[in-house]
Design a protein around this ligand. Structure first.
Ligand code: SAM
Length: 270
């Protein structure tokens, strides 16, 4: 005590502060740990209720055997901003595949200079991507699969996909064009002599907008269909509320949780 009294006012304050911290530190740490545990519990409950997706591969994950190709042969048709958006969409596809209960073999074909350098800029991220969830190829899909096994997915096709055949490879056009290039992928499929089809969106839900989706939406719909074998669930779970017609099946009033409308979200452009 004598020692303490000899200290200056500031030094005494410091000592008292230190003693207070030592008394309360254990309780403080315990409180923080409990808050973290509670956050984790709530997060897991939301995953269990299907409100959010897990950020890690589920423990029971299996390889579905389905083949999905993203055809990136469209660099010359996109602006810098659209290329950036396209690369963000590929990142979303990777994450969705990694967290799916049944993941697919995702092939990115014909990555050209501009998209490739965008990915190089994101190097630290994409070099860590696990190969079982995404594969980058210089080759064309025509050099990887038999012609009669390929189906180009395109909203402009008169044909409609009924189910997904694991023997086939479904090609998605890796382009963000805001509908500038009408019939682009349909014409490409016709010229290459490969099958084409649109997803059966109109049979299950009513859209407020055109039925043209972004690459990651199409990819997530395919994943969800593989998991559930139910197109309606796949569409309702993936297509943003604002694209559904009001009062149509699947439409609910926007809430903070389900309103995904965001002008800064570059992965939501088609
Ligand atoms: C933004 S769209 C590109 C639209 C582009 N004008 C075209 O001709 O395909 C990106 C890709 O998603 C796929 N896609 C979008 N909506 C689709 C639908 N309703 N059915 C099937 N595929 C669709 C197509 O593969 C399309 O190339």
């Amino acid at each position: 005590m004598e020692e303490f009294n000899k200290l200056s006012r500031n030094q005494r304050k410091k000592v008292m502060h230190q003693e207070k911290w030592e008394r309360e530190a254990a309780a403080f740490k315990e409180k923080k740990q409990e808050q973290r545990r509670e956050r984790r519990r709530r997060h897991n409950q939301r995953i269990a209720r299907g409100e959010i997706k897990p950020s890690r591969p589920p423990p029971n994950q299996i390889r579905s055997g389905h083949q999905i190709v993203v055809d990136m042969d469209f660099d010359d048709k996109m602006s810098e901003r659209e290329i950036k958006s396209m690369c963000a969409q590929l990142s979303h596809c990777y994450s969705a595949n990694r967290c799916a209960t049944q993941h697919v073999d995702l092939h990115i074909t014909k990555l050209h200079e501009k998209s490739s350098s965008r990915f190089t800029a994101l190097k630290s991220v994409h070099t860590m991507w696990a190969k079982q969830y995404i594969g980058f190829h210089d080759k064309e899909y025509l050099d990887m699969f038999d012609k009669d096994k390929l189906v180009y997915l395109t909203a402009d096709s008169p044909n409609v996909v009924e189910h997904l055949d694991p023997e086939k490879a479904y090609v998605v056009g890796g382009i963000v064009d805001r509908n500038r290039y009408k019939l682009l992928t349909l014409k490409k499929a016709e010229e290459q002599g490969i099958a084409h089809a649109q997803l059966p969106i109109g049979q299950y839900i009513q859209m407020a907008t055109r039925k043209v989706m972004t690459v990651n939406q199409i990819f997530e719909i395919l994943l969800r269909f593989i998991e559930t074998n139910d197109w309606k669930t796949a569409f309702v779970d993936v297509i943003p509320q604002r694209k559904l017609k009001e009062n149509a099946p699947g439409h609910t009033e926007p809430t903070e949780d389900n309103n995904t409308d965001s002008s800064s979200n570059t992965s939501d452009e088609n």
